[in-house]
Design a protein around this ligand. Structure first.
Ligand code: NAD
Length: 407
């Protein structure tokens, strides 16, 4: 079978196993080219949302740079041969990650299941128990449009909408890569509540509760969840919108967890990057294309793997020196420092005003965006033979053989 990208709106419904494996290889190459990170406190890491974007990068940095035992959970789909469907990119990522970890004797358990469900939490507790370990760090990196409440069975949908006023802005249509205009009506009260239910801190707290109640968290364990702040052009749709409300709830939950348990819970504010989650946010693809061009020109561009490595470097520095501030004055870890640099933001804001279809390729890194977007699904990483035939055995992942647990 020849696999080609099939883009629908802001996702690609096919994925390429060879390209995804190449992305994993490239991450490993990056991590191997950097110093190993010795963080005595962090030996056992749980990553919730470990198959793509920031979660995958965090898990891989913990495995390959720190030699930590990693337990990862993610919701991904295997191929459906009868419907001619490939597996999801995350499934291919995890298969390649597991193979590479096994080759190096790195301890990695992967669970494919709904992180919001009780049975996934129980399975993770089971694995931690069986291994007779305690979790030193939880990385919470879920981006999801829906959540089924584990107690009531009610399904909640999150929305990407402004609050209190309509939102009008330019953006990019990802199919034709042309500028377009977005007009979004404000979220209703129910939509805001539902978005908080999906993307706020409730599920994070359930994870910490279940691990703490079963005595599976080490003393002074750390928890990191991810968030975004960004510049003013994105505030109405993100920071001050429905997702921003959920992220505020996530931060409050994280702060409360510090009082509830003897742990250190943080929210890390990360850089805007091309992931399946960010492609869905109106305005972000245009903003990211402009940002990437400016950051690449200044030689300060980073991807998820560089950000994850830098986060762990901060943990190492905090362990080594009491004077090192892991967080800013509001208690956030800041990995968006380079993105938010004044010179970067000034240049991006100037280009935002000037950008048209005619100069898009010159002012923005639209080619880079498109390449990164296709790469998410394994189409296009340099060196991957994704034009050739792909065998049936590569299309469907043999999770049992790889030791990947499906719930
Ligand atoms: P992503 O789409 O690349 O990855 C999302 C992950 O969540 C995947 O591993 C997926 O399997 C998992 N997931 C989704 N629903 C699940 C479920 N029900 N059960 C188990 N796993 C599930 O997203 P991302 O961009 O890496 O986002 C991760 C976090 O980083 C989010 O909190 C996001 O807000 C934050 N963040 C993203 C950016 C960005 O620009 N991409 C910037 C700053 C912060």
């Amino acid at each position: 079978m020849i696999i080609e990208p099939k883009i629908k709106g802001f996702i690609c419904i096919t994925a390429h196993p060879k390209g995804c494996a190449k992305n994993i290889e490239n991450n490993i190459k990056y991590l191997s080219g950097n110093k190993k990170l010795e963080i005595g406190k962090i030996k056992n890491v749980l990553v919730i949302g470990c198959s793509a974007g920031y979660g995958l990068a965090s898990a891989m940095a913990a495995s390959f740079s720190m030699g930590a035992k990693v337990i990862g959970a993610a919701l991904e789909k295997n191929a459906q041969k009868e419907r001619g469907r490939t597996a999801s990119a995350g499934m291919y990522n995890l298969a390649a990650y597991k193979k590479e970890a096994d080759k190096r004797n790195l301890d990695l358990d992967i669970i494919i299941g709904d992180a919001f469900a009780n049975k996934t939490k129980e399975k993770v507790c089971d694995i931690v128990n069986k291994n007779k370990i305690k979790i030193d760090l939880i990385v919470y990196s879920i981006a999801s449009p829906i959540r089924i409440d584990p107690e009531t069975g009610v399904r909640y949908n999150s929305v990407l909408k402004p609050i209190g006023k309509e939102y009008k802005s330019k953006g990019i249509d990802l199919t034709g890569f042309k500028l377009n205009e977005t007009l979004i009506q404000p979220a209703s009260e129910d939509e805001i509540k539902n978005t908080i239910k999906v993307m706020g801190g409730e599920d994070l707290e359930l994870w910490v509760d279940v691990l703490a109640e079963n005595n599976l968290l080490s003393e002074n364990a750390s928890v990191v969840s991810y968030s975004y702040i960004g510049p003013p052009v994105t505030h109405d749709i993100y920071l001050n919108g429905s997702v921003g409300a959920a992220k505020k709830h996530l931060k409050q939950t994280s702060d409360n967890l510090n009082k509830k348990y003897k742990i250190k819970s943080y929210v890390s504010v990360n850089k805007a990057l091309v992931t399946q989650a960010s492609a869905a946010i109106p305005v972000l693809p245009l903003y990211i294309s402009l940002l990437f061009k400016v950051m690449k020109e200044k030689n300060i561009h980073e991807g998820c793997i560089e950000q994850a490595y830098r986060m762990f470097e901060k943990f190492r520095d905090a362990e080594e020196s009491k004077d090192f501030n892991l967080t800013d004055e509001d208690g956030f870890i800041r990995l968006d420092d380079l993105e938010m640099r004044e010179d970067v933001q000034k240049e991006v804001a100037d280009r935002w005003e000037k950008v048209t279809d005619g100069n898009l390729g010159e002012l923005a890194d639209s080619d880079g965006y498109r390449k990164d977007f296709l790469n998410l699904f394994g189409f296009g990483p340099d060196g991957a033979d994704y034009f050739g035939e792909v065998g049936e055995d590569e299309i469907e992942i043999d999770t049992k053989r790889l030791g990947i647990i499906e719930i």
